[in-house]
Design a binder for this molecule. Structure first.
Ligand SMILES: *Cc1c(COP(=O)(O)O)cnc(C)c1O
Length: 350
């Protein structure tokens, strides 16, 4: 009867990572460009002998780089093994009440998984028909709020002034703003971090910093929020960040020019892809991210299109929620990759 005592969960399903040659991989919003050049240089002279030592449990190298970059105190920065780790620690730390936390029905599909895992009550707030948030949904009593901005998988951005209103009218709970995609032309709420003690902003190196393989994420908030998260982290695992992540993450932060250039390239390609998709009779919410959440307004089903793309070694992501079962999420690759995708779509829809 030991199984009665097992903590049973329905896990999150990550996008697949198949090993196929010449794959155009547009299913997990990775960046098509490599990490900053300094990262490659440093990789060459990372000392294997140093791996004998535990890494710095306080992650100073990376925390200091991020604190300098965002002009906040080091005590306002929390780093983790991807933003999934950071968000998980934040859920565990801040959502410990009996009143449900709130998040939208169509959003990052990990939020309900953590809530279930940690036995956090939650209430799902349906987005409006155009996939935008109704701010009034977030002005009632709650145990906390999570908003991805821009949202995934819709790509839509909510105006920062609306988020500020939600934060300012919820002083009794923590509001987490997941800014995984903000670097692709969105507006950050970070400048308000010192104004609201209950605001936590979460970021990742996986998309805009081209380093999904290293697993680096971080949060910025008031010193109090970060201290509470740090206490929880040190109660689970002191050494979350490995030595290469600390060293290489810092170098990525230091090369702002490369960062801005590659983000601009992705944005540029995205805008061109929007035009091409429109011409092919696709519709989509106006993306401020490195993906487009597209629906074909014609006689071919989403699943048939995705299957045909796959035959041509092009991978996109399909979700099966009732309201989004006709949409596919297409990550933005290089110009050349997107040209191939558009050609393939023309062929499939002919
Ligand atoms: C990709 C993504 C994450 C997780 O990113 P990692 O840092 O790779 O764990 C978190 N939130 C949203 C909205 C994402 O799209």
């Amino acid at each position: 009867m030991w199984e009665d005592k097992v903590r049973k969960v329905v896990p999150y399903t990550p996008g697949e990572q198949p090993r196929i040659n010449n794959l155009i991989k547009l299913n997990t919003n990775e960046n098509p460009y490599p990490p900053a050049p300094a990262v490659r240089e440093r990789l060459k002279d990372l000392k294997y002998g140093d791996l004998r030592l535990y890494p710095d449990p306080n992650c100073r190298l990376l925390v200091d780089a991020l604190s300098g970059y965002h002009k906040v105190k080091p005590s306002q920065v929390f780093v983790g093994v991807g933003s999934d780790d950071v968000l998980s620690v934040a859920f565990l730390t801040f959502f410990n009440g009996d009143v449900p936390i709130l998040f939208p029905d169509i959003t990052y599909s990990f939020y309900d998984v953590w809530a279930d895992l940690y036995h956090i009550p939650y209430e799902i707030m349906p987005l409006k028909a155009d996939f935008s948030i109704d701010k009034n949904d977030y002005l009632k009593e709650n145990g906390g709020i999570v908003i991805a901005n821009p949202n995934a998988p819709t790509g839509l951005e909510l105006d920062v002034s609306v988020i500020e209103e939600i934060v300012s009218k919820n002083k009794d709970s923590v509001v987490i703003v997941d800014e995984a995609y903000v670097d692709f032309g969105g507006t950050t709420i970070l400048p308000l971090i010192d104004k609201y003690e209950n605001l936590l902003v979460v970021r990742t190196f996986s998309k805009s910093r081209n380093m999904a393989g290293l697993r680096i994420g971080y949060a910025i908030g008031s010193e109090k929020l970060i201290k509470y998260m740090s206490d929880v982290k040190f109660s689970i695992n002191s050494y979350t960040m490995n030595m290469p992540s600390l060293e290489l993450g810092k170098l990525s932060v230091e090369d702002d020019e490369y960062f801005k250039t590659t983000c601009a390239k992705v944005i540029d390609t995205r805008e061109r892809t929007k035009k091409a998709l429109k011409e092919l009779n696709f519709s989509f919410p106006d993306s401020r991210t490195n993906f487009i959440f597209a629906k074909y307004d014609g006689p071919v089903s989403r699943d048939d299109i995705a299957a045909e793309l796959r035959k041509r070694n092009i991978l996109v992501r399909c979700f099966n929620g009732e309201r989004i079962k006709d949409y596919m999420r297409i990550s933005i690759g290089t110009d050349e990759e997107m040209r191939v995708v558009i050609e393939a779509l023309k062929e499939v829809l002919r």
